[in-house]
Design a protein around this ligand. Sequence first.
Ligand code: PBG
Length: 303
Amino acid sequence: MSFKIGTRGSPLALAQAHMTADALKAAHGWGDGDVEIIIIHTTGDKVQDRALAEIGGKALWTKELDAALLDGRIDIGVHSMKDVETILKDGIVLPAMLPRADVRETLIGADSISGLKLGALVGTSSPRRAAQLKAQRPDITTEILRGNVATRLAKVESGAIDATLLAAAGLSRLGMNVGSIVPVEQMLPASAQGAVGITARAGDTETLARLAAINHQPTLDCVMLERGFLAALGGTCHSPVAALAQFVGENVHFRGQIFAEDGSEVQQGDFTGPLAEAPAAIAALAARLLGQAGPALRGLFTA
Ligand SMILES: NCc1[nH]cc(CCC(=O)O)c1CC(=O)O
């Protein structure tokens, strides 16, 4: 009986499922026949014409994978952690992550944010990216851009938009060497960007033991801190929130930012200290940033 890996059907999701299969095979000496990749279609895949923020539904990408886990069609679900809601469904756990890839953004269509032409039209359906761009370049207009990576790149190629931003991690997993890397100092990534996480059934001890062998704990620690910031804000993956935790020696260095949707206001802060102190410090930071924020910005998180 083979081990069943559930995934969405997009090229990026499939690449991540194959990375997970390879890690399991290497850790357990399994062969090709020991794992099976099962594609699960999700609401997020079916709706292509609206901004995800507008559809508003939670767990857009994970709901169907959670259902497949709970009814035993799959043993694990593989996810871009960036798209996983901060509150997991009852009975679902998130015990393992693969080593994190490059966390940075890639700009396609210009060498740098300052190099974008005056009044450039940038396609993105991320409220965070739109706000971050406008905070630096109020002349920029953004429009909603969805679809898989190839579709998005084609829009820049055809001149329908001047530029777009995509996570470096996704591009490199698809073997696409395009665009210009944006330093995190210029654009802090989304919480959990570049991380692949694996969900399982709570209490499925056999699966949990198998996953323990491939878990990359520093990635899990950092991503959990970033998700903690988002949760403390009451945000979702569609909120204009950026967060990055990284180990610097023994300490964690955490940076968090929240934005008004038009980029007119940014609240930011950071924390450096031991991992054990980080969750409380980050929750306090989230509360402080919300406390300092103007009504429009605060209103994004208290609706
Ligand atoms: N929201 C879509 C999504 N989810 C994860 C990635 C990229 C891979 C990653 O960050 O791990 C992307 C596309 C993008 O933002 O470029």
